[in-house]
Design a protein around this ligand. Structure first.
Ligand SMILES: Cc1cc2nc3c(=O)[nH]c(=O)nc-3n(C[C@H](O)[C@H](O)[C@H](O)COP(=O)(O)OP(=O)(O)OC[C@H]3O[C@@H](n4cnc5c(N)ncnc54)[C@H](O)[C@@H]3O)c2cc1C
Length: 419
């Protein structure tokens, strides 16, 4: 299929691909891979940089049949890689099962989320890639390889966050657990002194906690506490710390609160509480650009203090900044690999030049804290910096060369990052 002008979801990247292929079976995909000198897998287009673009051929798995097979004994679900988290979550919930965590938007594809180390929040919750127990991947030859815990050495950890470089993933096996209920409570305007003094207590007070800030005098202008109802309730009294409980639903940015998952402490399925946004809400193109950095959790308060003087830079540009926690991962390229992490996330208005300048300022401020940029978001980090903060990047580049010597899955993003 010839590519008409197409963009990523946010509209800040116009794809240069000469064609978008849409196979309808794994066999057809295998033939396509074997016959195409260079191609890049495209997920649900939610990345904000050129990671999913190419000047050759893009391939979407949206035409492959959906698949959702639950193995109750192993507590594993096998899903088609191109399915979205909302499809997987509703299928699991209907049968009494759950994933441990989800990203803020459930419309993102499973393979795309895994490939970039996408995460939710929670001091005990690593990235979504850490839930992967097996993968089927079409290699450059067109053959399908299965990768799982029985693969040699740490092959599975190399493949969890693979940036599309090791092949086209067709099926993903994810760890599951029995369904659980979550209740979201939102507090407003937690003062900076309370954020600084009680950061760890607040962020670990529930299964998943997010703080939103504009870096202005309101401090954490929203604190979303997502509490699992099968665990003890939150113990930190945010009102006593100076916040007030929201008296109705709130959106973390500027949009209508009708799009957010239910708040107000009303228990509901994990599938309808762990994402911030409702699966039934259809986001069109989002006029925004996101950047995010994962730093060691121990530096979170110092990093927030260091960012606050940038508030005048942020004021015209920032829609929302979100602070989340991510448990340490074993995936080679997860931004949270090997360290308990805090994610500092920025949703900016879609003004690429102003965002590029703000991102440079942020990266300069965060430099002492070893920030690892999110693979699916914008960053100014050069390749040397990426090698400094991602200790297995060289190993990954060598593996990509071994598995794909002719560079069939190589695009400009990978050519730069894996050089
Ligand atoms: C509104 C919004 C909210 C977001 N919320 C979060 C969040 O809460 N947490 C977070 O960490 N990130 C978040 N993100 C970022 C997002 O999760 C990542 O950018 C993710 O990679 C997007 O997945 P995708 O399916 O759109 O993949 P794409 O952007 O299409 O592709 C991303 C990468 O995945 C690879 N890929 C896709 N499919 C396959 C496949 N089948 N086989 C091999 N490689 C493949 C591509 O080649 C590319 O390298 C958000 C993004 C948006 C737009």
């Amino acid at each position: 299929m010839a590519a008409t002008t197409r963009t990523n979801w946010a509209g800040n990247v116009t794809y240069r691909a000469s064609a978008l292929e849409r196979p309808t079976s794994v066999a057809e995909l295998q033939q396509l891979v074997a016959a195409t000198p260079r191609l890049t897998a495209l997920g649900s287009t939610h990345s904000f940089n050129e990671i999913a673009d190419t000047d050759a051929v893009q391939v979407t798995l949206a035409g492959l049949p959906p698949l959702l097979e639950i193995d109750e004994t192993r507590r594993v679900v096998r899903v088609a890689a191109g399915m979205t988290h909302s499809q997987v979550a509703s299928g699991l919930e209907a049968r009494g099962w759950a994933l441990a965590n989800l990203a803020s938007l459930p419309h993102i594809s499973v393979a795309g989320a895994v490939a970039t180390g996408t995460h939710g929040s929670g001091v005990r919750n690593p990235s979504l890639a850490q839930a992967v127990v097996g993968l089927d991947v079409v290699r450059a030859s067109g053959a399908v390889d299965r990768v799982d815990a029985s693969s040699p050495d740490d092959t599975l950890d190399a493949h969890r966050v693979a940036l599309g470089a090791l092949g086209v993933v067709t099926a993903v096996e994810l760890a599951i657990e029995p369904t659980f209920q979550v209740a979201t409570t939102v507090h407003l305007d937690l003062p900076w002194d309370a954020v600084s003094a009680h950061f760890d207590d607040v962020m670990s007070d529930a299964y998943s906690v997010s703080m939103f800030t504009s870096f202005d005098d309101r401090g954490a202008r929203q604190v979303w506490t997502k509490h699992r109802v099968d665990e003890p309730g939150p113990a930190v009294d945010l009102v006593a710390l100076g916040a007030r409980r929201a008296d109705g639903p709130v959106h973390p940015g500027e949009n209508d609160a009708a799009s957010v998952t239910e708040q107000g402490g009303v228990p509901g399925s994990w599938a309808e509480r762990l994402p911030h946004f409702r699966s039934t809400f259809t986001p069109s193109t989002g006029a925004e650009i996101q950047a995010e950095y994962l730093i060691p959790a121990a530096h979170a308060v110092a990093a927030l203090d260091a960012l606050r003087p940038l508030e005048p830079v942020f004021a015209p540009l920032l829609i929302a900044a979100e602070v989340r926690t991510i448990a340490a991962d074993t995936a080679w390229l997860a931004p949270s690999t090997g360290r308990q992490s805090v994610g500092l996330h920025f949703t900016f208005r879609r003004d690429p030049a102003a965002v590029a300048s703000a991102v440079e300022r942020i990266e300069a401020v965060l430099a002492p804290f070893d920030p690892r940029p999110h693979w699916g978001k914008v960053s100014a980090a050069g390749v040397e910096r990426l090698h400094e903060v991602y200790p297995r990047l060289d190993d990954f580049a060598a593996l990509a060369r071994d598995l794909d010597p002719a560079g069939r899955f190589r695009n400009a993003f990978l050519a730069r990052v894996l050089s």
